[in-house]
Design a protein around this ligand. Sequence first.
Ligand SMILES: C=CC1=C(C)c2cc3[nH]c(cc4nc(cc5[nH]c(cc1n2)c(C)c5CCC(=O)O)C(CCC(=O)O)=C4C)c(C)c3C=C
Ligand SMILES: [Fe+2]
Ligand SMILES: [Fe+2]
Length: 342
Amino acid sequence: MTSAIPARPSDHPAIAQPKVGVLFVNLGTPDAPEAGAVKRYLREFLSDRRVVEIPPILWQPILRGIILNTRPKKSAHAYAQIWTEQGSPLAVHTRAVAEAMASVLAAKGVVVDWAMRYGNPSIASRLAAMKAAGCERILFAPLYPQYSGATTATAVDALGAALAKMRWQPAIRTLPPYHDEPAYIDALSISARRHLAALDGKPDALLLTFHGMPERTLHLGDPYHCHCVKTARLLSEALAADISGPIELSFQSRFGRAKWLEPSTEAKLAELAQRGVKRLAVMAPGFSADCLETLEEIALRGRDTFRAAGGEYLYYLPCINADSEAIRLYETLITQQLAGWI
Ligand SMILES: C=CC1=C(C)c2cc3[nH]c(cc4nc(cc5[nH]c(cc1n2)c(C)c5CCC(=O)O)C(CCC(=O)O)=C4C)c(C)c3C=C
Ligand SMILES: [Fe+2]
Ligand SMILES: [Fe+2]
């Protein structure tokens, strides 16, 4: 008997074997430590209405007339101090996470890629590449442990905008915030202990510094502040025995004139020195990867602030980056989220 169902016509578009994919996403960084590249990056970043919540009619003249004519040169100088042979640290570490996770997940046939919310490689371009490679189910994984509108939500918005242009969309899951996941607190505390072991004795204090946000976002219902406070509480419990004195929390990288979350890291570094702390460890648990905000603002400028106020040593404890603790963490989080897909 012959089938009544037609055979695939010879001019049918190619269909790849269906696969599962994971797309890691980070904030984004300039393509080069030069004013032109920094200007392009800042124009895209600071035009995002999730990042600067001022009506564009008021904000764009300030951005284009003042900020983009002054900040790129200063920021390019800062980037030049931390740039590596492989590129911007944020991109280097994010790519390394994706490569390590590709090896971990290869046995399960999972495709792994990475993208940036601003700059390159864009979310839209990597989503299209993954779909072309046959990914019909994609776990979208922004590497932000604490949720905020200015980070997690805008990354998901960019994914939505890219999906809106696709005829055949993959099924999507998104990685939830993991600010209080035991695997995250373990990764941070094991990494911190490994770096602290290289020091000559316990530090006098530990400062946990998170990227700041305008304070009004807290009152508008953004959970970022609460997520940071919870991470700091859990981590301070885990590390209490490794530090001789207090473990404190602060918010860094203030931008613009509005009131930001407090206490500020700059003020806290000076205050700790004035309170007699000589040997201070500083950790930035909200950053999945070292970047301008950790390597230049904290490890270089923060150290100068601390010493100018009477402190002696500031030990910057690196982010988990693509270290073994990080890969174990992502394996745990990603495997949980892929349940039923692999
Ligand atoms: C980790 C979470 C982050 C939050 C929350 C966040 C909010 C936020 N940031 C700005 C303005 C700037 N941030 C800049 C750099 C930067 N920010 C994050 C992360 C968060 N930002 C990272 C990882 C980086 C580093 C990027 C790199 O290339 O290494 C910058 C650019 C640098 C500069 O010119 O100084 C700006 C500007 C705002 C306004 C905001 C919340 C509303
Ligand atoms: Fe930022
Ligand atoms: Fe809170």
